[in-house]
Design a protein around this ligand. Structure first.
Ligand SMILES: Cc1cc2nc3c(=O)[nH]c(=O)nc-3n(C[C@H](O)[C@H](O)[C@H](O)COP(=O)(O)OP(=O)(O)OC[C@H]3O[C@@H](n4cnc5c(N)ncnc54)[C@H](O)[C@@H]3O)c2cc1C
Length: 495
């Protein structure tokens, strides 16, 4: 009689789930029966490359945050995705070295004497925070504002008008930090935990062939039939062995010896239900039966999971005498500037949600596709607006910040919608005030908990970006956490 192989079901075919399955199949040889169940119609999760106006654009993960020793970069290289294939892509020319910083109303902010010192102050303070050198605790916003006040107090003169511009510039960098971290309110972003977060060393780059090539590389290396799309886990019965997975839409349930859960922290938060107990898990959530133990529920509840969205705009310059819809008369198009915006609150026509973005920049120099990043409530609101309202809001903003000719007009937009998508319910995690790096470790702990029943093998394991203590929020975190949980199972069946 042939002994049955341990059955492992990985829930979610994002990069963490695919990394776990890949590791189990490659390093585990033929030892496990591996299935990946994915609710959506595609693999990749929050990695999603698309096309817009003749450009390759990233709807989700955009940057490889440090290439030296990065497994994601190595996968992109192995997939052949680092070679340029003709289609222009985001930041193909790296970071712009000179930006145009404008204050609301159209006044250009002097780059050297005003904008650069405030940028240096902001970057220096965030570097200090990430090096664990920012004392005081609390939230990041207070810390940055204290820094600006100290900077202004140390300078003699300057006047109220300059101070107001500097405050608007700091608010602009705060918007940038909100999109980097996904914290709606930087007052809610834990300063101490910033000292634990790590990027990989080396350059930050985008992937010429598209980020999706990384996950496709992992998926195609799996035995055929391993990934099953369109299976949405609704209820997980994990009180004994086998664990039973029940799916939406009446799909037949599955039994497993081990389940690796990789759904987003947003989906896990929805799984807690309104009272946090797990009863009546909300739309998108998974019902855990029995409910998750308190240590896990509390970590899920305490950690932050915010919304970040990208708005792509096809832009064109229109001379004032020309009708808006004729593309500017066919002349040579000027370049859209790398526009950084210091909002001051005077122009009533600019909608509140536009005030949450730091910049509107071409995706590469000379491109007709511009991009703005939004975080928090502005990002969530963006998802609710019809295209025409979005375009009107952008026009009001551009008219204020770029009042001289040419007038810039948006032909069409494409945007992400991570908050309303029930398979994600947000974008990425952060350590909120009131939580700590330890919560990320608790997220990674399998069930049943080792201290409760030491002789039992883990039945439910957790991977995903929100389970990695130092790289959380990134594709690196997700990938490494998937490998970590696969290794945990490999350890169990060693020898
Ligand atoms: C706008 C945006 C920009 C980003 N920029 C960067 C960046 O520049 N650099 C970077 O490193 N990272 C970035 N990230 C973060 C990065 O994309 C994520 O950290 C990473 O992709 C998460 O992978 P994951 O496998 O943990 O989760 P996911 O990709 O969320 O995978 C989980 C999978 O589970 C599936 N699922 C959900 N519920 C169920 C269910 N009930 N049953 C079955 N399947 C289910 C989902 O469909 C999904 O495919 C960005 C993310 C966003 C949204």
């Amino acid at each position: 009689m042939v002994a049955q192989k341990p059955r492992v079901v990985v829930v979610g075919a994002g990069i963490s789930g695919l990394a776990a399955a890949h590791r189990l199949c490659v390093a585990g040889g033929d030892r496990f029966e591996v299935t990946v169940v994915e609710a959506g119609a595609r693999v990749g999760g929050r990695i999603l490359t698309s096309e817009f106006a003749g450009h390759r654009v990233e709807v989700g993960a955009t940057w490889v945050q440090g290439i030296d020793g990065s497994p994601v970069y190595a996968l992109a290289r192995d997939a052949g995705a680092l070679s340029v294939d003709g289609l222009p892509y985001e930041r193909m020319d790296g970071f712009p070295d000179r930006v145009l910083t404008v204050a609301e109303g159209g006044e250009v902010v002097d780059a050297d004497t005003v904008a650069a010192p405030i940028e240096e102050l902001y970057r220096g303070m965030m570097e200090a925070a990430r090096a664990g050198e920012a004392g005081g605790g609390g939230g990041v916003e207070d810390y940055l504002r204290r820094g600006l006040r100290a900077y202004q107090a140390a300078r003699s003169g300057g006047g109220r008008e300059l101070e107001e511009v500097e405050e608007a510039l700091l608010a602009m960098h705060i918007n940038r930090e909100r999109t980097d971290t996904s914290a709606d309110d930087l007052g809610d972003l834990d300063l101490t935990a910033e000292g634990e977060y790590r990027d990989f060393p080396g350059e930050h780059v985008t992937i010429p062939g598209g980020y999706s090539r990384v996950v496709e590389r992992l998926a195609t290396a799996l035995p055929p039939g391993t990934v099953r799309l369109g299976l949405r886990l609704r209820r997980l019965e994990w009180g004994g062995t086998p664990v039973r997975l029940h799916f939406a839409d009446g799909a037949p349930s599955l039994a497993a010896d081990h389940v690796i859960i990789t759904v987003s922290l947003g989906v896990l938060k929805a799984s807690l239900g309104k009272d946090g107990s797990g009863a009546g898990a909300g739309g998108g959530g998974v019902v855990f039966d029995p409910p998750l133990p308190p240590f896990k529920r509390e970590a899920i509840a305490r950690l932050g999971f915010g919304v970040v969205n990208k708005l792509f705009m096809e832009v064109e310059a229109v001379a004032p005498s020309e009708p808006e819809d004729d593309g500017g008369g066919g002349g040579v198009q000027p370049d859209f500037p790398f526009l950084h915006m210091a909002f001051r609150g005077q122009v009533a026509k600019i909608p509140w949600w536009m005030r949450g973005t730091e910049s509107i920049c071409p995706v590469h120099a000379g491109s007709s596709v511009a991009l703005a990043w939004f975080a928090g409530r502005e990002a969530a609101h963006l998802e609710t607006l019809p295209d025409d309202d979005v375009i009107r809001g952008v026009h009001a903003t551009l008219d204020s910040f770029l009042p001289l000719t040419p007038q810039w007009r948006v032909k069409r937009v494409k945007r992400s919608g991570w908050a309303t998508d029930p398979l994600f319910l947000g974008s990425y995690s952060y350590v909120a005030v009131g939580s700590s790096g330890e919560d990320l470790d608790l997220m990674a702990e399998p069930l049943p908990r080792a201290t409760e029943s030491t002789d039992e093998r883990p039945r439910v394991l957790f991977a995903g970006e929100a389970t990695h203590r130092t790289h959380y929020s990134t594709t690196h975190a997700a990938y490494l956490s998937g490998v970590r949980e696969a290794n945990r199972l490999l350890q169990q069946y060693r020898g």
